[in-house]
Design a protein around this ligand. Structure first.
Ligand SMILES: Nc1ncnc2c1ncn2[C@@H]1O[C@H](COP(=O)(O)OP(=O)(O)OP(=O)(O)O)[C@@H](O)[C@H]1O
Ligand SMILES: [Mg+2]
Length: 365
């Protein structure tokens, strides 16, 4: 289960011990690069001399800041261009071959449960073995860190102000997902100077190499940022409750998205429903209306029952899928996640050959 911090970057220092009576010390080395499932590190020194660890030597590697360790072995040692070792990486640290799938979670009306859904969905996906990142893109009033009771030292503000790189602000959330804290008081994307915006986007772009899934929790409504995040994503999840106001506001968002891109097929999630029966009735109605008036498809992904466990867990700053895994809300979300990870899910973007962040740049131009 990839519940570890997964970054290994050139310049990071790692420690390792050989599982062999021949080499008894604890060595230190510098990461030179990661390629597929191998890690290139500088050859360690002992009292100023290179340590010539033999190929096949098993190792216990400890990674930056002592945050995690893994078993490895020396695959190769080489002296060109400089003395280095090639180490085996566990699968969850291997360089990814596919680009990340980016999913924007949005709604028409506020307060329908986007943030709660995003956090718990992220946990479910992480528990299935995906490397999941959540970006708190409700810039200005970002609050995921508050809901998770974590106090990140740095947030997007520090990235914008050139104090930190994006990968430095990522923190581990509960249940094995990674959070990019938004930080309150961050400029909204629309108010940023172009260089500030580019800094955030190019920082985020590096994530595409590390993540399987990036979930973007946006603010509600029709703001330009929200719409652009949705248009650039591979998938859009529109959340609504069965309440008429919430549905009409969701429809307004779908309409704007449709004006921009006729080929989108957003997912629909109904939150706080009374029963599976209510879900089916409301989802069918929404599907029909959207098809009739916009000629557009929407793909019902599932529902979460209205469950008192959810606000209770939120008040205790615990995600309900961890604190109450057998609650009806948690079981609904589990079923929804199972459906989401089935292979034949639609890709909604019409220009998916560009990465998400390049698409976003295009849209903001
Ligand atoms: N399935 C559910 N059952 C009961 N209550 C729920 C459920 N989902 C969310 N809630 C409650 O709804 C409220 C709003 O949730 P949340 O903050 O996740 O919404 P949001 O859409 O992110 O809001 P905003 O638009 O302000 O960002 C919270 O008090 C939460 O506990
Ligand atoms: Mg929210």
């Amino acid at each position: 289960m990839p519940d570890k911090h997964i970054f290994l970057r050139p310049g990071d220092r790692i420690n390792f011990k050989a599982v062999s009576p021949l080499y008894r010390e604890k060595y230190e080395a510098e990461v030179m690069g990661v390629k597929d499932s191998t890690l290139f590190v500088s050859m360690p020194l002992s009292q100023g001399k290179l340590v010539l660890l033999s190929t096949g030597t098993p190792l216990e590697v400890t990674c930056p800041y002592g945050r995690f360790s893994f078993a490895s072995e020396v695959l190769k040692r080489d002296f060109q261009p400089s003395p280095h070792l090639v180490l085996q990486l566990p699968y969850y640290l291997s360089a990814k071959k596919n680009r990340a799938r980016v999913i924007t979670v949005t709604s028409g009306k506020g307060g329908v449960g986007k943030t709660t859904f995003t956090i718990n969905f992220a946990i479910n996906l992480a528990q299935k073995g995906y490397r999941v990142f959540v970006m708190d893109a409700d810039l200005g009033t970002a609050n995921i860190d508050v809901l998770l009771n974590i106090q990140p030292k740095y947030n997007l503000n520090h990235v914008i102000n050139r104090e930190k790189e994006l990968l430095d602000i990522v923190v581990e959330g509960p249940g094995g997902f990674h959070l990019i804290p938004g930080g309150s008081g961050v400029l909204s994307l629309a108010d940023m100077e172009e260089w500030q915006f580019n800094r955030v986007i190019s920082g985020l772009q590096t994530l595409e190499d590390y993540a399987d899934i990036i979930l973007i929790d946006t603010g509600a409504g029709l703001g330009k940022n929200v719409i652009n995040f949705a248009l650039a994503a591979d998938n859009i999840i529109i959340i609504t409750t069965p309440e008429p106001h919430s549905i009409t506001d969701a429809y307004a968002v779908v309409k704007v998205l449709n004006q921009q891109n006729k080929n989108l097929v957003p997912y629909l999630v109904l939150n706080r429903v009374e029963s599976a029966k209510e879900y089916r009735a409301v989802a069918t109605k929404i599907e029909q209306v959207i098809y009739r008036f916009l000629g557009m498809k929407i793909s019902p992904l599932g529902y979460v029952l209205d469950d008192p466990v959810v606000p209770k867990a939120n008040r205790r700053l615990e995600p309900f899928s961890l604190s109450h895994p057998s609650s009806s809300a948690a079981r609904c979300l589990q079923a929804l996640t199972d459906k989401f990870v089935q292979p034949e899910q639609p890709i909604s973007s019409s220009f998916s050959e560009l990465g998400f962040f390049n698409r976003l740049k295009e849209l903001f131009k």
